[in-house]
Design a protein around this ligand. Structure first.
Ligand code: GRF
Length: 226
């Protein structure tokens, strides 16, 4: 058996969150290892990142929601994750929903990161929507994933200022830096067994009430040095 939490990371694109997780694992900052990376896009650069770190990368086309192809891919995702003895699924820049087989197999053991302060700005291109809306604060959220997008109980959030000169791209870059900090932190809390879901709330045992550091408010927070 393994002494570290084995992660299955689901990706669709560039994989910078995957990279921050790989780096945190290899630096010994989190008690986890990436066992497999699964992408619904064959061309996702995240698959190259996996290969560079000697992590198996698997392309699994998903097809349109609620079609037979989608349900088959859902089953295949579970099979691949089980084959690699994954204990926690991390959606990282993954643009699809978990299907019924994934929910059956990994409910409460599946995380997602979203580049906004949920429940504000669910969906896609949210950094651009935030700038257009005129908000003064935005950020990112790691939450337990369920069968709908961007809805599950929230584990950790980081807030960043939205500046007058920002466009969506500038805000996205500022948020991404905090994503790369809070995702490994959420994984570590899961690995330590500190997360307890109580209805809509997640209790992080031993966490503080938040901290300003490195340009972002992160809450809840332990000695966040990731
Ligand atoms: C990130 O902002 C993530 O939150 C969103 O897609 C962006 C790119 O993610 N889902 P990554 O670089 O592929 O991890």
């Amino acid at each position: 058996m393994y002494d570290k939490l084995r992660l299955g990371v689901l990706v669709s694109g560039g994989g910078t969150n995957l990279q921050s997780i790989l780096d945190a694992c290899e630096a010994g900052k989190i008690d986890a290892e990436v066992a497999v990376v699964i992408s619904d896009k064959a061309e996702a650069y995240a698959l190259e990142r996996a290969t560079k770190h000697d992590v198996p990368g698997v392309f699994l086309g998903v097809g349109r929601n609620d079609t037979p192809e989608y349900l088959a891919a859902d089953e295949q995702q579970v099979a691949v994750l089980r084959e690699h003895e994954v204990g926690l699924v991390c959606m990282a820049g993954y643009m699809r929903k978990a299907g019924p087989a994934m929910m059956q197999a990994f409910a409460d053991r599946m995380l997602n990161i979203h580049p906004a302060l949920l429940p504000a700005f669910p969906g896609v291109e949210v950094q651009w929507h935030a700038v257009e809306y005129g908000v003064r604060v935005s950020g990112c959220t790691v939450h337990f994933a369920d069968e709908e997008f961007d809805r599950g109980p929230i584990i950790i959030q980081a807030a960043v200022p939205v500046l007058q000169a920002d466009d969506g791209e500038a805000l996205a870059k500022r948020i991404l830096r905090q994503e790369h900090r809070i995702y490994p932190q959420a994984i570590q809390w899961f690995a330590e067994g500190r997360l307890r879901i109580e209805g809509r709330q997640v209790v992080v045992e031993g966490a503080g009430d938040g901290t300003w550091s490195d340009g972002g408010l992160i809450s809840p927070a332990l000695e966040l040095d990731l």
